[in-house]
Design a protein around this ligand. Sequence first.
Ligand SMILES: [Zn+2]
Ligand SMILES: [Zn+2]
Length: 227
Amino acid sequence: MNGKYIKIKMGIANSYLIKGNSGYILVDTGVEGSFEKLIAKMKEASIKYSDIKLIIITHVHYDHVGNLQIIKKKTQAPVLVHIREAELLKKGESYLPGGNTLLGSLGIKIMGLLKGKQNSFKPVKPDIEIRDYYDIRGFGFEGEVIHTPGHSAGSICLIIENRHCFVGDTMFSYVPFTINPPFADDAQKLYKSWEKIAKSDCQIFYPGHGYIFHRQKLINNLNRKRN
Ligand SMILES: [Zn+2]
Ligand SMILES: [Zn+2]
């Protein structure tokens, strides 16, 4: 990965630092307790706390907001979230959706045993609550945020320069053949969101779990759904 897009594995989930004209965006904040992973990457790239201009939360699940409170405090950067999940963020609650795949259903059962600790996090008051669309040019980045419900009601994706798409858990990429997340609130909405994203010119996808992939993987998954 070049210096413009930095992937950071924070516990089980990926966060990303994206370089703009005068600073960075941070996408998601990982599982609680993995804050040092971010510090290490920032040091490596000589990024200061004050260089982070915006924090985008793709959705309010514990594995994406675990370190948000401390990161917001250190960076003083505004936090952007979808309005449908703003209350959860304020309360420090997250609810995993039902299983979308067999493996996911099994995962829910296992995680059910760990409920409580897994599903709560330190609450944060967001600064920007978006609905369908939000232009981030005002922060010095050529990009936009779009609402992509399905995995959760307030899932959002960040598109940079109409080419790079940060998808959160709207697409997983652990294995070569599928992008299906193991959990989803609404599978039909999820596939509609894939179609919506496919209409953009995005070529490179940065998931919340797994490895970065190219457009063809999304197209292959959509073709299978359509048939
Ligand atoms: Zn996740
Ligand atoms: Zn999730």
